[in-house]
Design a protein around this ligand. Sequence first.
Ligand code: UD1
Ligand code: CA
Length: 449
Amino acid sequence: MQVSLIVLAAGMGTRMNSDIPKVLHPLAGVPMLHHALAAGRGLEPSRVVVVTGHEAEAVAKAALAFDEGIQTVVQDPQLGTGHAVAQAAALLDQAEGEAIVLYGDTPFVRVETLEAMLAARARHAVVILGFEPKDPGRYGRLIVEGDQLKAIVEYKEATEAQRTIPLCNSGVVCAEAKTLFRLVAQVNNENAAKEYYLTDIVELARAEGLLVGYVICPESETLGINTRHQLAEAEAAFQTRARFDALENGVTLTAPETVFFALDTWIGRDAVVGPNVIFGPAVTVESGAEIKGFCHLEGCHISRGATVGPFARLRPGAELAEDVHVGNFVEIKNSVLDEGVKVGHLTYLGDTHVGEFTNIGAGTVTCNYDGVMKYRTEIGKNAFIGSDTMLIAPVTVGDGALTASGSVITEDVPAGAIAVGRARQVNKPGLATKFFERLKAIKAAKGNV
Ligand code: UD1
Ligand code: CA
């Protein structure tokens, strides 16, 4: 079945009190918009259109960062949800198959729920996703009769009696694409808000003699984010579920409530994650790897048998092969560490490749940046980088080579060589004793200040 997704993300999000468009506020390490896109991706849609408006360029960029195949269309001015969907018509009104409308600020809709809506399409031309919130507040209300949906009344238009209806509109709509666009084209703005309400398609469909139905999902899926309070609640809800899922999937979390996941974190079975670990976006951890406490990870891959931390920072492009050991106060960026590499302590590796079984001594720094450009460091296999080595990139250290502790390595080191790049030590017998005596005499002459 072909499915097109339309994600509404033009709104300003006034109540966020922010210069950043609402759908770009981070939730679980990624822009809020990515959550709806990820739910929709589960349906393997043939087309995805994001309707942008407020800060259209930034929102389009975030959509493309999720998937280059996404199309965007600008809604200007923003005249309501019906008007927003109509903007996608130019791209989709000839599309075969189904169309599903999602909101960029409603992140937790599950793909199973969308599938249930698609299944309900067998009986109804239009299917709306409803829910029964604890506090129905200002949501639109569903007027139903048996399994038929007769109308959605917006809170502003609703009578006192209608406002007591507990069943509310989530905003998610499913219909054949051609039907959806035919209906939204007929929506007008003759209502209290002078907006083009997407919800009016229910009555328009019924006027055509079409059947309209609804599917009900738990409130947790339709949580809409309008304020920073709701954003914080959404983050907490996401983390609670992600921790639960990790434990279910066979990951050990020694202190689950202190571990924070991103939307796309992937952790294999029998991995162990210590307390206070933060997963930024795009982290994959293979089975049996161990992340000790207080690590911060993003954009990295940790292979089977590797150990990381405590207090390590892995940044985008950090690739740890099997049995790599990264210890405390180590930062790794855009670097590949082959099997069995050890980087135990106090080290920065950036734009580097380290060959298998090489040992990187404490305090090693790849000096990869001259203030303007970045350069690479290449270290061979079975090499030994002495403690406190500064590797001035671009530089290569050959297989099995050794750098002496405290060296500043500015030239390539051939395989099997020892490189010593430090001043020679000079001992001056008795000089320290004389030096301290002189200092003490000066202090005594001045008084004890
Ligand atoms: C809408 C529904 C309401 C439902 C509620 C659920 C309508 C008329 N009302 O109301 O029944 O209970 O959502 O949260 O549909 N947007 C655009 N362009 C616009 C207007 C909105 O892209 O011109 C986007 C917003 O960015 C947002 C979504 O559509 O992602 C919902 O818009 P919003 O104004 O929040 O709708 P509500 O008034 O909450
Ligand atoms: Ca809303």
